[in-house]
Each structure stands twice: as structure tokens, then as C-alpha cells.
Design a protein around this ligand. Structure first.
Ligand code: NDP
Length: 294
């Protein structure tokens, strides 16, 4: 019997592990779950028929999934699990992690016969609930092919290169989210100060060349409504943009716009709060312009 383990039942992990449970039930696999706050694993088991496990138990699984805030937390659980890991297992890290950490973690696990795939996801909590996440995978292609049937939460899986490539693509993708979100917020604040109706302005922008995911699917629903529903934390977006900056430096690249937006997102994280929704970064733009975006 194949044993699958999912570690980290947060906003993304909880619904992702639910799809893993459905997949496990359909194929006669066993689905283990672990969460730092154990009550969440108990609730997941009650709702989805998964089995709460200790870290030592989860370490014996054939495929281990993690979805934690950063690579630092993945290091923490990996260190505790290392004595119990089994050769031949695959570790699929769905955290939006750091490419440098992936390189080190993959080497450490390889010494124990365990394969590491960096496999961050995009699609948000809605995509996770629908089982339609895009998964960008770095690492060994054959290991991905073996793990692919178990990516039950995925709508699209793309092998983007060697170890760390998945984390790199995710960091750049989210830096682009930060750039479009921030720049659209600036434009709207200026239009607001000019006395333009911002709903009408977005209506035009979304039928024109300035449109983006931020202008179409985030700002109208989350900012103009003043709801800012916390599905993806501002601190996590600032972390992702920071990884893109690290990546730029690592390859001696030049990406000043990304660097500037990363710094602005970090400032917004401090000014607005790391646990606020990422769209609440625009509250800093509002303060800079003495103009609400509504
Ligand atoms: P959440 O904050 O909702 O969940 C974080 C999870 O990590 C929780 O299960 C939490 O456990 C656990 N955790 C936190 N610190 C530790 C620790 N020190 N040791 C062990 N476990 C810990 O985050 P998300 O689910 O939103 O994000 C997870 C990852 O997915 C991040 O890398 C994020 O960037 C990425 N992501 C998020 C998206 C989103 O829309 N939210 C979209 C795509 C990617 P506990 O319950 O005990 O707090």
C-alpha cells in the first residue's frame, strides 16, 4: 500500500490535502496528515477521512508533501523527520520556497536516498479548493513522472527545470503579481485624486491594455469593496518578491522594478501588517496619496 503524507494544513494545505484524501480513497492508498497545531489535523481527519500522524510516522510515507510558509519551516520539520525517512521516498515541497534552500535540501535528502522536488503552486485558495492549481516543478523529471499521479490538487503540472527552478518561477510569478498590484494601486490612487470614479476606471482598464489579474480579479473584489479577505498573506507576498530579488542577485541580473516593488511590499507589510491580505498593501499607497481606493 502506498502511503501519502501531507504536512501543513494552512489556507492552501488544508484543501490540497482534501484532494489527496479523495485520491487516496479512490486508489487504495493511505493519506496521513500533520499540522503544527494538531487540532487542525484532527478536524481534517474528521472531515476527509485522513489519518493524523506524528512527524516520525509521516516520515515513513512514500510521498511526503509539505506546504509551509517558507523554506525555514520546511527545514525545521525536515530536521525532525530525517532519522525516520525511508530510501526511495519522494519529498514534494509545495511551499513557495527559496531556490538556494531547495539545492541544499535536495542534496541532504539525496544522501538518504530520498528525492526532493520543489513544487510550488499557484491558483490561490479558490484553485486549491477546486483542485485546479498550477504546479511548477523543479527537480528530476523521472521522479516527477512517478509522483504526478498523486498531485491530486493540480489542474496543470509543468516541469520547469532542475532543482530550485520551481521555486524560482514561483518567486518571479509572484513578483509580477506584486508589480501589477502595486502599479495598478498607484494609478487608481492618482485617478481618485483627479476625481474619477474608480469603478468606471477599472471597467475601462479591464477592457483595455492596462488590465491584469490584479485589476480584473483582485482590486474590484477586494479593495474597492474594502473587504480585503485574508486568503494570501501580505507577508508571504513580500517574502516571494524578496526571493525574486535574491534570485536576481544570485545570477547577477538587473531587475530594478522588481527590487523596488519588493521593498515597497516589505514596507507595506510593516505598515499594514503581515497577516493582512496581500491586496491590503494598497492601504500604504492610500496613505501615500491621502486617497482611498474605493
Ligand atoms: P498559512 O499561513 O495559511 O498556513 C501555514 C501553515 O504552515 C499552517 O499549517 C501552519 O501551522 C504551518 N506552520 C507555520 N509555521 C510553522 C512551523 N514553524 N512549523 C511547522 N508548521 C508551521 O499559509 P498558506 O497556506 O497561505 O501558504 C503556504 C505556502 O503556500 C506559502 O509558502 C505561500 O507563499 C504559498 N502559497 C499561498 C497561496 C495563498 O493564496 N494563500 C497561493 C499559492 C502559494 P499552524 O496551523 O500551526 O499555524
Amino acid at each position: 500500500m502506498t502511503t501519502l503524507a501531507f504536512l501543513g494544513l494552512g489556507a492552501m494545505g488544508d484543501p490540497m490535502a482534501a484532494h489527496l484524501a479523495t485520491h487516496a480513497r479512490a486508489h487504495g492508498h493511505r493519506a496521513l496528515v500533520w499540522n503544527r497545531t494538531a487540532a487542525k489535523a484532527g478536524a481534517h481527519a474528521a472531515a476527509h477521512g485522513t489519518h493524523p500522524a506524528t512527524l516520525a510516522e509521516a516520515a515513513t510515507a512514500d510521498v511526503i508533501f509539505t506546504c509551509l510558509p517558507t523554506s525555514a519551516e520546511v527545514d525545521e520539520v525536515m530536521n525532525q523527520m530525517r532519522p525516520h525517512l525511508r530510501p526511495g521516498a519522494t519529498w514534494v515541497d509545495c511551499t513557495s520556497g527559496h531556490p538556494d534552500a531547495a539545492t541544499r535540501q535536495a542534496a541532504e535528502l539525496a544522501a538518504q536516498g530520498v528525492t526532493f522536488l520543489d513544487a510550488p503552486v499557484s491558483g490561490g485558495t479558490a484553485g486549491a479548493r477546486q483542485g485546479r492549481l498550477t504546479v511548477m516543478v523543479g527537480g528530476d523529471a523521472a521522479a516527477l513522472d512517478a509522483a504526478r499521479p498523486h498531485l491530486a490538487f493540480a489542474g496543470k503540472v509543468v516541469h520547469v527545470g532542475g532543482t530550485g527552478s520551481g521555486f524560482a518561477v514561483k518567486a518571479v510569478n509572484n513578483a509580477l503579481l506584486g508589480v501589477t498590484l502595486w502599479a495598478t494601486g498607484e494609478g487608481l490612487a492618482v485617478l481618485g485624486r483627479a476625481g474619477v470614479n474608480l469603478g468606471a476606471a477599472l471597467d475601462v482598464i479591464n477592457a483595455s491594455s492596462g488590465r491584469s489579474n490584479a485589476s480584473e480579479n483582485l482590486i474590484p473584489q477586494r479593495v474597492l469593496t474594502r473587504e480585503f479577505p485574508a486568503t494570501f498573506a501580505l507577508g508571504l507576498l513580500a517574502k516571494d518578491a524578496g526571493i525574486a530579488v535574491d534570485l536576481t542577485q544570485g545570477v547577477q541580473g538587473s531587475a530594478p522594478v522588481i527590487a523596488q516593488v519588493a521593498a515597497l511590499l516589505r514596507a507595506a507589510q510593516h505598515a499594514v501588517g503581515p497577516a493582512e491580505d496581500h491586496t491590503a498593501a494598497l492601504k500604504l499607497i492610500e496613505a501615500m496619496n491621502a486617497q482611498e481606493i474605493r
